[in-house]
Write a protein of this length. Structure first.
Length: 319
């Protein structure tokens, strides 16, 4: 007797498809997968805080997107890194910012992205180094030799790289310079300070390094922009723009909300330019984010057509 269902006597069952799912964590929590599988996971750390008064821009939080990461069916802890505190020199003088906090997905073989490096403050006659991190903070210089103190990105190193270096202060040294380097971004190094042609060379703040675009959530979103470097307005300089992807834009005004990195992008906080308006404070880093994308899969119970079973097992769609 010929059996049309491939050899199984009984009623065939139609497969049930579990749709693909994207889960976004803007704050720490627990992820539970529909089943154990390989998922695409994006982990962005908190951006660093910018430096106050002649301040350099801070680096973006580390950015890591893993296309095929094994995820168990059991609960997975998720930690979202906070943005680094802004440099607060309101009591007098400048102040460096703080490094952003790490974001982590998982406990066993976790994906860890490192917080962005801080921006630093002006210090007459001395360099103030930008902080190292996922992306590095910009170099800071009032006078002396520039370039050697930009913050290193991709620290500690990952492959692919989680970020880029900060930008330099003005290059032809020794020079008095009021413009500061910008923070590095997930997709590009921080911009260098440049000259407006005014009486002090290097008076334009650097532009924050660009972030990286991802379509993990269904549409393209750019995250991980570096913070802009502060400029010296008295000399005709301009404030550094934030990098695409949430980087803060430098300002002389302490109450300017644009100084801050954008929440849940890992954007770096901007440096504060000079002369300041109001208190001597810079931009806070943007908090991080974790996004998990699960692929669709097929399940069913009961009697199965053997031809269909073979097809689904071969395609690795049997659960």
């Amino acid at each position: 007797m010929s059996l049309s269902n491939g050899g199984v006597i009984g009623t065939d069952n139609d497969p049930a498809t579990t749709a693909a799912k994207v889960t976004t964590f803007n704050s720490s929590g627990t992820f539970t997968a529909a089943k154990a599988s390989d998922c695409t996971v994006l982990v962005v750390a908190g951006g660093g805080g910018g430096g106050a008064v002649f301040g350099s821009g801070a680096g973006a939080g580390g950015y890591r997107e893993i296309a095929s990461h094994p995820v168990p069916a059991s609960d997975v802890p998720v930690t979202i890194g906070a943005g680094g505190a802004k440099g607060d020199g309101s009591a007098g003088g400048g102040a460096q910012g703080a490094q952003g906090a790490n974001s982590v997905f998982g406990a066993s073989s976790p994906i860890t992205s490192t917080g962005g490096g801080y921006g630093n403050r002006g210090s007459s006659g001395a360099n103030s180094a930008g902080g190292a991190g996922g992306s590095g903070g910009g170099a800071n210089l009032s006078s002396g030799t520039p370039g050697a103190n930009k913050g290193a990105g991709n620290t500690p190193p990952t492959s692919p790289s989680q970020g880029n270096n900060g930008g330099n202060s003005y290059e032809p040294a020794p020079e008095h310079t009021g413009g500061q380097g910008a923070g590095g971004g997930a997709g590009a190094v921080g911009g260098n300070a440049t000259s407006s042609g005014g009486p002090y060379n290097g008076d334009n703040g650097g532009t924050g390094g660009a972030g990286t675009a991802s379509s993990i959530s269904g549409s393209s979103v750019t995250r991980g922009g570096g913070g802009g470097g502060g400029g010296y307005v008295t000399s005709g300089g301009s404030q550094g723009a934030g990098g695409a992807g949430g980087g803060g834009t430098a300002s002389r005004t302490a109450t300017d909300s644009g100084l801050d990195g954008t929440a849940n992008t890992g954007g770096g906080g901007a440096g504060q330019g000079y002369p300041i308006i109001g208190a001597g404070t810079a931009g806070t880093g943007g908090s991080g984010v974790v996004i998990v994308s699960e692929a669709a899969f097929i399940t069913a119970s009961g009697v199965w057509n053997m031809d269909d079973l073979y097809t689904y097992v071969k395609a690795d769609n049997w659960a």
